[in-house]
Design a protein around this ligand. Structure first.
Ligand code: SF4
Ligand code: MSK
Length: 671
């Protein structure tokens, strides 16, 4: 056992995870938690100061003034590593977007099996952004044009990618002046790789400018395309009741866990699992039916559209196999641990890879193809059902929470203003009066180097007390779901009075689950509409809002952070900083670190910081929100200004004798 092995209580705050971590120890198998304890991170690499871009290296720089064999400085190496990470993140999100665009094209051409255009209103709205004619045309005609336009964004060589026109005008102007509007999605990713090859771009600031362009190709490009098309094909999310945590697995059913990111396959598996033929097949195998559950962002995709339960977030992928109750874990792309296959050897679980891009040695590969989607989904389910008989001892933690996800931008708009005057006006007004102090987007991964879910939920809970409305996506949203924060009733007793009053009046939980990683673009859309509705400045950087990724781990998170900064947001990442220096490097030339904060803030009004201390993250968030409020001339936040929230006050008054209640409510004094 490694010297510093943490106890399960130190590894996760989630009781279900703790139970499975104890089981892992009993069985004698490793998990990401124990491997993180055993693997001491290289502090040179962690700080971005190791370069292995050519065969003269790897060059590990540890001292001020030291250079690599080619003469590259620490700042150049850090900037190059950072651009490469953002490029990988942008590529991952955008390649997902590309696949969605090809699926839309195939649907429009009638060449798929099982898909249809579910949200024609969204199709028409999105098409109209780009002047694609909609009147008098069929959904497939419009979808065909939109698919062509979106497919073209990836390989476009000149000009600007189309979705940037959806940003506030002032923001577009800044990007134009800086020359950072992506010309084509793939072009920016490729150029990042070119510029960081040995002997190319070596000016850290110049490299970091291209980081912005590469990240914008994700946020206002590939990710936005992915979200748009997912909504068009599978429906724009609206609130729906769901459940989260390992307790959603069922003892008497065939459990199939879908994990990864793309909704194309998981949506078909949902459809196939409800097919009477499949249910009958499961019954013949001795089960009551097929129980689907999700992990990571696939979980978010089918949770917010279909109410399919989430077995958990990133670090729950191994833990779900440890229950012994999972017949098949079906994976597509991104955030899939190679360790799953070895772990599954201790159980009967089949790990099934499905993407032509992702194979894992030892896994079963059943390749997905949208032209035969339903047939393949059924084949996968039959394979899982056939495996039910091989199940050994099962231990499913009795832990699950209800939640209400599905707060798409469109639904928030409707909820705040109704069908005929859909608007963000009430939200802006609540911020302007100070009932809501500001908004925090708390997003991103789990990281086994911190206590699972602790940073996410601590930051969420503390900001709610301060009347900060929280929106969430990705694994952060599932962390809050597991803690019961995504339900109005459960969350409201933990929030400040002004926010509580708004949540009660509008009928929303104080934490809004907005979707998966690519759906961070929904947050960009919300911020843009807040600008357009007026009263909070004329650009995103003026809104009292902050983005946080307390437990980040993936390169995609870095890309999201960078495009949010480029869009004007202050972004704080927890955990390690890929651009920090050595602890004793207090010097003159922390150029990269400074550029991501002061440099980017001067240009874009947003900045990126890394901070390991959750209390400091909270303090910085509140200070930033208050600074932005002051700059807008809004009243300083005062929790006493509006007294207790309506419902809390009524409950309090109900305890009083009638005469006192009348006096308090109506100012009527009994004579
Ligand atoms: Fe070393 Fe320069 Fe090669 Fe990097 S590019 S490995 S710093 S020689
Ligand atoms: S799945 S990128 S661990 S949020 Fe989108 Fe979760 Fe991060 Fe993967």
């Amino acid at each position: 056992m490694p010297k510093d092995k943490r106890t399960p209580l130190e590894q996760s705050i989630d009781p279900a995870a703790q139970e499975m971590l104890i089981r892992a120890d009993e069985i004698g198998v490793s998990t990401a938690f124990s491997r993180a304890d055993a693997m001491v991170p290289c502090n040179i690499g962690a700080a971005g100061m190791c370069c292995k871009l050519c065969g003269m290296g790897p060059c590990r720089l540890t001292k001020e003034g030291q250079t690599g064999v080619c003469g590259a400085t620490i700042d150049t190496i850090q900037a190059r590593n950072f651009v490469r990470a953002v490029a990988a993140g942008s590529a991952a999100h955008s390649d997902h977007g590309r696949d969605m665009a090809f699926t839309l094209k195939a649907v429009a051409e009638g060449k798929t099996e099982g898909y249809m255009i579910r949200d024609v209103a969204k199709l028409r709205t999105v098409a109209a952004y780009y002047n694609i004619p909609v009147e008098g045309r069929s959904p497939t005609e419009i979808a065909n044009d939109l698919a062509d336009l979106y497919i073209a964004q990836f390989g476009q060589q000149r000009g600007y990618i189309a979705p940037v026109i959806r940003a506030p005008e002032k923001r577009q102007k800044i990007w134009q002046e800086q020359g950072v509007i992506p010309r084509g999605i793939d072009r920016e990713v490729v150029e990042s790789l070119h510029r960081t090859h040995i002997g190319d771009d070596q000016d850290p600031e110049h490299l970091l400018q291209h980081t912005i362009r590469t990240a914008l190709a994700d946020g206002w490009g590939g990710s936005m395309i992915a979200t748009d098309i997912s909504d068009i094909l599978f429906g724009t999310p609206a609130p729906i009741l769901g459940q989260a945590n390992l307790g959603v697995l069922k003892q008497d059913m065939v459990n199939v866990v879908v994990h990864g990111h793309e909704p194309t396959l998981s949506e078909m598996i949902v459809a196939a699992s409800q097919d009477p033929e499949i249910i009958e097949y499961a019954k013949q195998a001795g089960a009551k039916g097929v129980n689907l559950a999700g992990i990571c962002c696939t979980a978010n995709e089918i949770l917010m559209r279909q109410g399919i339960p989430a077995a958990g977030n990133f670090l729950h992928q191994e833990l779900s196999i440890l229950t012994g109750a999972v017949e098949a874990m079906v994976v597509d792309v991104q955030c899939i641990m190679q360790a799953l296959v070895k772990l599954a050897e201790n159980f009967h679980t089949l790990v099934i890879t499905t993407s032509p891009k992702v194979k894992i040695k030892g896994a079963t590969h059943i390749e997905f193809d949208e032209h035969h989607a339903l047939t393949i989904a059924k084949q996968i389910l039959r394979t899982a059902i056939d495996n039910f008989k091989n199940r050994g001892p099962v231990q499913i933690p009795n832990a699950r929470e209800n939640l209400i996800p599905g707060f798409s931008h469109e639904y928030i708009n409707y909820m705040l203003g109704g069908s005929y005057r859909a608007s963000f006006r009430p939200l802006n007004d609540a911020i302007m009066t100070g009932r809501i102090r500001g908004v925090a987007a708390i997003v991103g991964c789990n990281n086994p180097r911190s206590t699972q879910d602790y940073l996410h939920t601590y930051v969420v809970k503390e900001l709610l007390k301060q009347d900060v409305l929280v929106v969430q996506t990705g694994c952060g949203a599932i962390a809050s779901a597991k803690l019961g924060l995504l339900l109005g009733e459960a969350g409201l007793d933990q929030v400040g009075p002004g926010l509580r009053e708004i949540c009660e009046a509008v009928g929303i939980p104080p934490v809004l689950h907005m979707g998966s990683c690519v759906d961070n673009t929904r947050i960009l859309t919300v911020l843009t509409q807040m600008v357009e509705d007026g009263g909070l400045g004329d650009d995103i950087d003026q809104i009292p809002a902050v983005g946080l990724a307390p437990e980040w781990m993936s390169e995609k998170a870095l890309s999201i952070g960078a495009y949010c900064v480029a869009s004007g947001a202050y972004v704080i990442f927890g955990g390690s900083s890929p651009v920090s220096g050595m602890p004793d490097r207090m010097s003159d030339s922390d150029a990269v670190l400074h550029y991501l904060t002061e440099g980017w803030e001067k240009i874009y009004g947003g900045k990126l910081e890394f901070d390991v201390d959750p209390d400091s993250m909270i303090q910085k968030t509140l200070e930033h929100i208050d600074r932005k409020r002051a700059a807008l001339g809004l009243p300083a936040y005062d929790p006493e200004r509006f007294g207790r929230s309506g419902d809390a006050r009524i409950l309090e008054l109900e305890q009083l004798p009638l005469a006192e209640r009348r006096a308090a409510l109506y100012g009527v004094t009994e004579k």
